[in-house]
Design a protein. Structure first.
Length: 260
């Protein structure tokens, strides 16, 4: 939290976050054009934001794109603001990125990053285990064989007869590389409005860093101006995952933002 507060204390860095809030996935050159300072000056500010986890970078060919990561702000809100205000606001960024070919349908992606004190193996197990998934994803359960090409389904636990209850998400495991990378297609099912959005893609990437893991979740192939129910719950889900693994306690968060 100290690094996040330091990063947010500077007006130029807050302005950079505002720029990414309005138009996510920008190159360094595009950001430099907004400011009356040198390229090196902008790079230094971006480095502070990256170190605080507020900005995540991804390579697209020869370009390096910068994305706003809302999770540290979500955590700051929960720790320092939420306990003083009810109900707590869950406004997330409307991040946009156009494909290089303007003739193609416009798509956008959301990038979320969080550090969790655990091993890659334990983190992978938490993501793929049916019962553990329910500890951090609002009680939802996941079922799959976890092999490339297999299907998976997420539902709201089980009904009185022990069968899976309301379906929430279905898709295919496109890449399964334990305990490092999981790529899945995703079709949301909990309401007609999200069903109409069609199929998107969710990528889980686990990287060991010292005694912790950096978990990067990318929700891509979203329609431009996609319904924010598709991705709005990820910061809470990932925060719940971190809390469960590190403390074995369930983070009390409302599931309504994720499932209508």
């Amino acid at each position: 939290m100290d690094e996040v507060f330091r990063a947010l204390a500077d007006p130029t860095r807050r302005s950079l976050l505002d720029a990414l809030f309005a138009d996510d996935g920008q190159t360094l050159g595009a950001l430099v054009e907004r400011y009356a300072m040198t390229r090196i000056g902008v790079m230094k500010h971006l480095k502070v934001l990256e170190d605080a986890g507020l900005v995540v970078t991804k390579r697209r060919g020869r370009e390096k794109l910068h994305f706003l990561n809302p999770i540290p702000i979500r955590q700051l809100h929960d720790r320092w603001i939420d306990k003083f205000t009810e109900p707590w606001a869950a406004a997330l960024t409307d991040l946009k990125r156009e494909l290089e070919n303007p003739m193609e349908p416009k798509k956008m992606e959301k990038v979320f990053e969080i550090y969790i004190r655990t091993t890659p193996e334990r983190l992978w197990e938490a993501i793929t285990d049916r019962e553990t998934r329910g500890k951090f994803q609002f009680g939802a359960r996941i079922n799959s064989e976890w092999i490339p090409g297999s299907t998976y389904a997420i539902s709201t636990g089980t009904d009185a007869a022990g069968a899976d209850a309301m379906p929430l998400v279905e898709g295919e495991n496109l890449e399964v590389d334990p305990p490092r990378r999981l790529v899945q297609s995703a079709r949301m099912l909990w309401g007609d409005d999200v069903k109409a959005e069609g199929t998107s893609r969710v990528t889980w990437e686990i990287e060991p860093v010292g005694d912790s893991c950096r978990l990067t979740l990318t929700h891509s192939e979203l329609n431009e101006n996609a319904n924010d129910q598709l991705y709005g719950g990820w910061p809470m889900i990932l925060s719940g995952l971190k809390t469960w693994i590190e403390t074995e306690t369930v983070l009390t968060t409302p599931g309504s933002l994720m499932y209508g």
